[in-house]
Structures are given as structure tokens and as C-alpha cells.
Write a protein of this length. Structure first.
Length: 328
């Protein structure tokens, strides 16, 4: 079943009911067997939990702590490749990357002689210079059990209500999704685990259970909003980057919502037009950088939806010891 209007077929994997575009099957083996290196950092999140923000923080901390590097204008997703992104390229609504785009030029440079059909993003992820930082929305259980003994993982979780609202906006905004259904139906499908990527609560639970593993750093979006300096220091300790207080200040400023919104370089270089999103939706409801706030879902939902979301959150998260400190 396809509730989000995605133009590609979906597959549902068991156990766990993870839901992906059917092209996932083309890349499943390569994804499972992706050769991670000991100094890789993997940013693992469910959709809309603050992935892009974390990508920029981690990449900058590891590669450009003085912020003097021209590469910061490059697309975040080419500096920190999206591991399973190839499964989305089969969508009829998304044109293949423009050969003249910075992304294609970068592929040609990084992967000379390689065929993009064998995995455009997978091969980029493999070829980027060390230290590599890679993004995935795949859950822990879809990787080999020894993954955490190989790489460091930064996991970001966010209040489910905010994830659901942000995801709804994402599904309307992206050409590959083009969601035109109701908000109400989207929210109930989110709580029924019926959206692309599947059960949010299970994704978080799997990482939460490993939160004490020395190679997993579990972060809440709400804590990033409430105390960014404290969280950047913790991140620095986890990554072993040894950035000084002056650099931390600069990284905080550089990764502020407004600054990232201004650069807008999630998929394309700063200033390059974004071919993936629907301009009309961006104009009416905001673009990729929509609000960047915690707890806003309570205003977006009606009283009944708020009650249902609170009950669902209690059942699925609080009962497992996971609480979200969004402002009320
Ligand atoms: P909203 O839709 O609630 O505004 P992801 O990167 O995982 O897709 O998450 C996107 C969400 O993170 C969006 O939430 C986006 O606005 C927010 N976000 C992106 N950059 C941010 C930043 N620098 N600070 C705070 N929130 C940010």
C-alpha cells in the first residue's frame, strides 16, 4: 500500500515492517555489505529528526573546524552522502541528476570510469575522502550486527509529533512523493507505521537499546535546540575532534537554522536551483528548512489528534524509557 503518493512501488520487509521503494531490493546486498572503515562516522536517523543539521555539524567539526574551507558551499548530501539514496532514483517524478550539476561532476571526479547505474550515491559514499561521514535512514537492524564495533554512529531522535508534522510537509514538498492527501490521514498512517521507512518507534528503540555502547552517541533534537553548546561539546568528545571553544562558537553560528536556510545547500551547491522540490509548496508552506522548532506539532494538530499522539507516544516511547523534552 502506498499512502504517501510515492510514484514508485514500495516493498515491505519483515521482520520489522520496514517500507522502502521497491528499488531497495536492487541495492539491498550492496547496502548490507557496504565496506565501512574504522574512522567512518555514520549519522543514523529516521526521516525528519534533524539529520541535515547533524550532517552539517559533524562534517564541519571533522573537516572544517576553522570554517575556512570553500567546500562548505557544496551540497551537504555530497559531502555527507545519503547511503541508500539510490533507491529513490527509480521514481518517475525525479529526473536523473543533470549531467551539468555539481553532483554529477563530483561523481565523475570521485568515481572515474564507474557506472552510475551501479549505485550513484553508494559509489560516492565509498569514494569520498577520509574521514568519511555518511548519512542513513536505515535502522540498525538492517546492518550487520558488528556495525557498531566498526564505526561510530551518531543517532538523532525527535518528538514523534514534530516528526509526523515535518514528514507530512516533506511528503507534500518533494516531487518524488507529491502527497496530496489529508493531514489527518497522514498522521494516522504515521502512527500505524504505514509510511515510507515504516515504524518510527522501532527505529528509535533499536538505537536506544544500544545507547550505552561506546560507539553510539544518542542525541535528542530537543536537546540540540535547548542547549546547542553543551551538545556540541558532547559531540566533540564522542568524535574525538578536539575543537576549541572558539571553533565551537563558530560551528554553532554556522549551523544555526537561519544560516542553513540561507545557504539552502542540502542537495545542490549554495545558490544552485533545487530540482527535487515543488516550488509552489515551498512558497506556501516553507521549503526544506521549514520551522526548525520543537513542540510545534501541538499547534498544528487538533485536540483529538494531540490526545492520540500523546497516547501513542506514551505507549511506544515512554514505556521504553524514551522521553522527549519539547516545550509545551
Ligand atoms: P521542520 O520541518 O520541523 O522545520 P531532516 O534533516 O532529518 O530531514 O530534518 C528536517 C527538519 O530539521 C526540519 O524540521 C528542518 O527545518 C529541521 N532543521 C534543519 N536544519 C536545522 C537547524 N539548523 N536547526 C534546527 N532545525 C533544523
Amino acid at each position: 500500500r502506498d499512502f504517501t503518493g510515492y510514484t514508485f512501488g514500495l516493498v515491505r520487509l519483515n521482520p520489522g515492517h520496514w517500507i522502502f521503494p521497491s528499488d531497495f531490493m536492487k541495492f539491498a546486498d550492496k547496502l548490507y555489505n557496504f565496506k565501512f572503515k574504522a574512522n567512518d562516522v555514520l549519522i543514523m536517523t529516521y526521516m525528519k529528526c534533524g539529520t541535515t543539521w547533524m550532517q552539517e555539524m559533524v562534517w564541519t567539526m571533522r573537516n572544517n573546524s576553522n570554517l575556512d574551507h570553500a567546500a562548505t558551499d557544496d551540497a551537504i548530501n555530497s559531502r555527507v552522502p545519503f547511503l541508500e539514496c539510490d533507491m529513490f532514483l527509480g521514481s518517475t517524478a525525479v529526473p536523473p541528476p543533470d549531467p551539468e550539476s555539481s553532483l554529477c561532476k563530483e561523481f565523475a571526479q570521485l568515481c572515474p570510469g564507474k557506472n552510475p547505474e551501479d549505485g550513484f550515491f553508494l559509489q560516492m559514499a565509498d569514494a569520498i575522502p577520509e574521514p568519511r561521514t555518511i548519512k542513513t535512514h536505515l535502522p540498525l537492524s538492517l546492518f550487520p550486527p558488528e556495525l557498531l564495533d566498526t564505526v561510530k554512529i551518531v543517532y538523532v531522535a525527535r518528538d514523534p509529533g514534530d516528526v509526523a508534522v515535518s514528514y507530512y510537509h516533506h511528503a507534500m514538498l518533494f516531487k518524488s512523493a507529491g502527497y496530496v492527501g489529508s493531514f489527518e490521514s497522514f498522521i494516522s498512517n504515521f502512527m500505524d507505521d504505514n509510511l515510507l521507512y515504516g515504524p518510527y518507534w522501532l527505529h528509535v528503540k533499536e538505537a536506544w537499546e544500544k545507547r550505552n555502547h561506546p560507539n553510539l552517541h544518542f542525541v535528542f533534537y530537543e536537546d540540540l535546540k535547548a542547549d546547542i553548546m553543551g551538545e556540541l561539546k558532547k559531540l566533540d568528545t564522542f568524535l574525538g575532534t578536539n575543537v576549541n571553544p572558539h571553533q565551537i562558537n563558530k560551528i554553532r553560528d554556522f549551523t544555526r537554522f537561519e544560516k542553513m536556510q540561507e545557504r539552502g545547500n542540502v542537495f545542490t551547491q549554495t545558490g544552485e536551483p533545487d530540482p527535487f522540490t515543488i516550488p509552489m509548496i515551498a512558497n506556501q508552506h516553507g521549503g526544506f528548512f521549514r520551522k526548525g522548532k520543537s513542540g510545534g506539532w501541538r499547534e498544528r494538530m487538533n485536540d483529538n489528534q494531540v490526545k492520540l499522539m500523546e497516547e501513542w507516544t506514551t505507549q511506544r516511547f515512554t514505556s521504553n524509557g524514551i522521553t522527549f523534552n519539547s516545550p509545551r
